[in-house]
Design a protein around this ligand. Structure first.
Ligand SMILES: Nc1ncnc2c1ncn2[C@@H]1O[C@H](COP(=O)(O)OP(=O)(O)O)[C@@H](O)[C@H]1O
Ligand SMILES: [Mg+2]
Length: 264
């Protein structure tokens, strides 16, 4: 057991300590000590290349799939050692879902995109899976748009619809945490707004972390903000706190400069 485990307050769902991610000799981020509040939206902001995606990738161990990637330090998910070498990764990825910048539905029907994870979760009754599929599509605001074409390819949907389907695919597993890496960056402005509103609506259903370089979006969405920056070629967490404090009274001069647009 981690000596600090009993000291994590229940309001914190994820806690990283001295987290360091490297790719061969390149250290992407180091010394990340961050607490993620439960059932809130945390925005991770900062300029390109400062390790935001690398940090996020450790939280559902996507990092295990990147050749040469090495993670050190500790991450606890509700008291569990998330970096434990024998952790069940399938189980972890059900608990911690991830949505990427580019929507990545499975190249199969809309229905199958949700049916597969439901089967994997052990829901054997077809009628029950259909009920959950409809329910989840309603939650992401897609049901009315796709009701008549559930058997058609998900790849025929628009980008924004595909992204909402990917969110639905994560949601059917009832995750504790949802990770979003620049979820609106590849979308047109209207779809971007729809997906942004959807993420805000999911608050309370899961603890949410959103990486975004869109500061206006971070202001609209976030309860908490973590500000990453480069220091000597390595990504660092320079400041974290409630969104109002970070945006109105940043403590770190680089946060202030980034927020007012003069740096980054
Ligand atoms: N798969 C990879 N292999 C090697 N270096 C990588 C890889 N992914 C990211 N990096 C490097 O790690 C650093 C942080 O990248 P990244 O986490 O993608 O930052 P951000 O998401 O903030 O733009 C960069 O220097 C980047 O080049
Ligand atoms: Mg990134």
């Amino acid at each position: 057991m981690h000596p600090m485990a009993s000291e994590i307050p229940p309001s914190i769902v994820l806690q990283s300590r001295r987290l360091r991610v490297s790719y061969g000799a390149t250290v992407a981020v180091r010394d990340i000590d961050l607490d993620i509040p439960r059932q809130r939206i945390t925005a991770v902001i900062g300029p390109s290349g400062c390790g935001k995606s690398s940090f996020l990738a450790t939280l559902n161990r996507i990092t295990d799939m990147i050749p040469g990637c090495h993670v050190e330090g500790s991450v606890r998910l509700d008291g569990d050692d998330l970096l434990h070498p024998e952790l069940d990764l399938i189980q972890l990825r059900r608990r911690v879902g991830m949505i990427f910048q580019k929507p990545n539905p499975f190249p199969m029907s809309i229905r199958r995109n949700l049916d597969l994870p439901l089967r994997a979760k052990g829901i054997s009754l077809g009628a029950e899976r259909l009920r959950l599929i409809e329910h989840t599509l309603q939650q992401v605001g897609l049901w009315d748009e796709v009701e008549g074409r559930l058997e058609t390819s998900a790849l025929a949907l628009s980008g924004g619809q595909q992204q909402r389907l990917c969110i639905a695919r994560a949601l059917v597993l009832e995750p504790e945490v949802l990770l979003f890496d620049e979820p609106c960056s590849a979308l047109d402005p209207i779809s971007s707004g729809v997906v942004e509103d959807l993420i805000v609506q999911l608050k309370g259903r899961a603890s949410i972390i959103v990486v975004t370089h869109n500061l206006a979006q971070a202001r609209r969405m976030a309860d908490h903000v973590a500000m990453f920056w480069h220091e000597e070629g390595t990504g660092r967490l320079i400041e974290a706190g409630p969104a109002a404090q970070i945006f109105e009274q940043p403590k770190h001069p680089m946060t202030a400069a980034y927020i007012d647009g003069s740096r980054g």
